[in-house]
Design a protein around this ligand. Structure first.
Ligand SMILES: Cc1cc2nc3c(=O)[nH]c(=O)nc-3n(C[C@H](O)[C@H](O)[C@H](O)COP(=O)(O)O)c2cc1C
Length: 166
């Protein structure tokens, strides 16, 4: 069986995910990037992973800073996801264009207002895998809030549907 990249994208698009913004402090500026290739790795120690394209700026920033935040978006944060997926965006326009506001954790990592969950991550290891790098990080702190998530399925943003009764 031979598959092309469109087949691969189609298959992966059938796997519904949440949406995150990976945040890095760049000497006082916030650098954010939309990512859905995020997963839990280990409970003891508590590890997560994010897969980042080599061509992104975030790829270099994660190697350089070795610390980042993962902000899990809620259903009304679609504009923030779109903003941080645009290559030409700037930190200055994040609030006026997408409503993104940030505080800082005690480590200085940017934490997005209104997200469903925040994970403070310290780089553990990085593994090159094709045109991406798998960044594995230890989770040092979390903040969790009530609400419903923003979902991404078959290339479109979605909301959570009704619970399936047993
Ligand atoms: C829903 C969605 C999910 C994405 N997930 C990822 C991802 O997991 N990894 C990745 O490298 N890029 C992902 N992207 C693309 C990046 O957000 C995009 O390339 C961004 O402009 C990179 O920013 P940077 O160059 O400032 O780091 C995703 C985009 C969207 C819209």
């Amino acid at each position: 069986m031979t598959i092309n990249s469109a087949d691969f994208r189609k298959a992966m698009g059938a796997f519904a995910t949440g949406v995150t913004i990976i945040t890095v402090d760049l000497d006082g500026e916030v650098h954010g990037m939309t990512a859905n290739a995020f997963a839990s790795v280990s409970l003891d120690p508590m590890l997560v992973l994010v897969c980042v394209d080599h061509s992104t700026r975030t790829h270099a920033h994660l190697h350089a800073k070795k610390r980042f935040g993962v902000n899990v978006l809620c259903e009304d944060q679609r504009a923030i996801s779109e903003y941080y997926a645009r290559p030409e965006r700037t930190h200055e326009n994040a609030e006026s264009e997408a409503g993104a506001r940030f505080d800082r954790t005690r480590h200085g990592t940017p934490i997005l207002h209104g997200s469903l969950a925040y994970l403070e991550c310290r780089l553990h290891s990085a593994q090159i895998a094709g045109d991406h790098t798998i960044f594995i990080a230890e989770v040092e702190d979390v903040v969790v809030q009530e609400g419903d998530p923003l979902l991404f399925f078959r290339g479109k943003y979605r909301k959570v549907g009704a619970e399936i009764e047993s």
